[in-house]
Design a protein around this ligand. Sequence first.
Ligand SMILES: NC(=O)c1ccc[n+]([C@@H]2O[C@H](COP(=O)([O-])OP(=O)(O)OC[C@H]3O[C@@H](n4cnc5c(N)ncnc54)[C@H](OP(=O)(O)O)[C@@H]3O)[C@@H](O)[C@H]2O)c1
Length: 247
Amino acid sequence: MLLLFVLYAIVLSAVFARRGLWSSASAAAPIAVRSQPITRVLIIGATGGTGRQLVAQALERGYEVTAFARTPTRLELTHPKLKIAQGDVLDAKAVANAVRGQDAVLSALGHRRFFYPNQIQSKGTANVLEAMAANNISRFVCETALGLGNSAGRLGLPGTFFMLPVILPFYFWDKARQEQVVAASNLDWVIVRPGILTSGARRGSYRHGLEVGSYFWPMSISRADVADFMLKQLDDDTYLRMAPGVG
Ligand SMILES: NC(=O)c1ccc[n+]([C@@H]2O[C@H](COP(=O)([O-])OP(=O)(O)OC[C@H]3O[C@@H](n4cnc5c(N)ncnc54)[C@H](OP(=O)(O)O)[C@@H]3O)[C@@H](O)[C@H]2O)c1
């Protein structure tokens, strides 16, 4: 029984290695030339753990922020430079309205419907990308997770042999599809793959790169530091069209 389970977990990681994005520095597209600086950003998943950090830190950095939220009251924040766009990411019209007039989009979309198949992350992201293309908005920073594509297996042993096979197979199936949807776009995207998320403080010091994550030990990072890294991707082309891990 145990052997079968171990085999299932290994096969599952191999499947996510294949289905997720294979990211390498050599495959990076030529650096895009931006005509104007990014000042207005839309944040998808703004009421979530990373999303709230993105909103707060983007405001701190002086951006004009639009928070896309199903339930705006959950944001519990007001600021002269903060607008709210109410909507569901699966509603293409609501997404298109929110995307219009932005310079860039950051996504920290996630959900807790772990135990049945759904396409919330991939379909929602496809709606965002479609609206961005229609409005000539090119910069998209998208949070996914370690464990996909060339980071498969880098969740540490507990992630690879418990979290992924027992709790997250459907969730990661759609996350892999989400990465493929992003990679298939012609936008200037950066996929950010964090390790285990914590609610710790922002330290501003963390590992990032294509080799982040361990096959043995779980690697964690605070949502605050993930937000810090994601915001840096707005005007840094180091990881353009790549999927760096952070931890
Ligand atoms: N937890 C971890 O250890 C871990 C590790 C690596 C990567 N990640 C990934 O990192 C990302 C962020 O995680 P998190 O824990 O910071 O996020 P989270 O707290 O789960 O927040 C997810 C956000 O997505 C929003 N959302 C869900 N469905 C939506 C829909 N249909 N329309 C519009 N918004 C919707 C939620 O809105 P509501 O407030 O309305 O629900 C919420 O704002 C996720 O993709 C997650 O899978 C997590």
